[in-house]
Write a protein that binds this ligand. Structure first.
Ligand code: MTE
Length: 299
């Protein structure tokens, strides 16, 4: 079983470009990278993944600034070791769990997922992660629990964006329990076979591929099981624009722009936009979660 120390590569991701420049293809063949060769998941899409460069230089991570290039420029100061997650609320075994302990017994897989941002761009990312349900089962979800709430680290001395009141920190997200337990929902600790780059939410972030990207909260330090729908950052900021569910839905437009199509990052100037798929293409797997709900109201 892989542990956190197994998947922590010696060279920092930041040095990757220099590594590639100096060592050529050797960088890709390093034994460190081979160690994180997780099992390939049958739940992966066959779409072609975006490049490592695209995935790590075009980011949303407001703790490091609002520009797409700010996270890559500013996240290197973030301390990700030691790292622990406080798990509480309606669980049998509440506590503050060290990251290495959280990873224990959770099989890491490579999951290549489509990722659709609410801003109408998309990517395809080869995540490394494990099912959130595995962790939930380990801490024992009590029958009264209906939702899972998540929070990101607050550390303004390392996260310069938190010195501005732009968002009400900590960044918060939430899922209904059935969404959290769905096999597609993962906690990711890496991508492209490497430990998670800081700008992508190191050392551990949520990934929910049928929802707009903002649900996929980064650098998680707190998980709480509750019986009330949790407050979420973007809903708190502008509830008319960002609902709790935030399922990718080409038929429900954002009040200020259409969600019917999207731009695939890196596709090139002449590639054109592509149609957005219902539930981001994961309809067969997740539509049943919302049977009987009016998704124009529960957006
Ligand atoms: N998590 C935190 N803590 N802070 C953020 O600003 N941005 C969200 C989401 N998770 C965000 C976050 C948004 S809007 C998107 S689109 C995705 O992260 C972007 O993930 P990526 O940069 O890995 O593509």
């Amino acid at each position: 079983m892989l542990t956190w120390s197994d998947v922590t590569p010696k060279p920092l991701w930041l040095n990757r470009r220099q590594m590639i420049a100096s060592a050529g293809a050797v960088a890709f063949a390093s034994p460190v990278l081979a160690k994180i060769d997780a099992a390939k998941s049958p739940l992966s899409t066959t779409d072609t993944p975006n490049s490592f460069e695209e995935i790590t230089t075009y980011n949303n991570f407001y703790e490091f600034g609002t520009g797409k290039e700010d996270p890559a420029a500013n996240a290197s100061a973030l301390t990700t070791d030691p790292w622990s997650i406080e798990i509480g609320g309606m669980v049998d075994k509440p506590g503050t769990y060290d990251l290495a302990d959280i990873l224990k017994g959770q099989p890491l897989e490579e999951r290549i997922y489509r990722f659709r941002c609410v801003e109408a761009w998309s990517m395809v990312v080869p995540w490394i992660g494990f099912q959130l349900s595995g962790l939930m089962n380990r801490v024992g979800v009590q029958p009264s629990a209906k939702y899972v709430a998540f929070e990101t680290l607050v550390r303004p001395e390392e996260m310069p964006g938190q010195n501005s009141p732009l968002l009400d920190w900590p960044y918060r997200e939430g899922l209904r329990l059935d969404e959290a337990m769905h096999p597609l929902t993962i906690l990711a600790t890496g991508l492209y076979g490497e430990v998670m780059p800081k700008q992508n939410g190191a050392p551990i972030r949520l990934v929910v591929p049928w929802k707009y990207g903002f649900k996929s909260i980064k650098s998680v330090v707190k998980i709480s099981l509750t019986d009330a729908m949790p407050q979420t950052t973007w809903n708190m900021l502008q509830s008319s624009e960002y609902g709790f569910y935030s399922n990718v839905n080409p038929t429900v437009d954002h009040p200020r722009w259409s969600q019917a199509s999207e731009r695939r990052v890196g596709a090139g100037l002449f590639a054109g936009r592509q149609d957005t798929l219902m539930f981001n293409g994961y309809q067969d797997q997740v539509a049943s979660l919302y049977a009987g709900q009016d998704l124009s109201k529960d957006f």
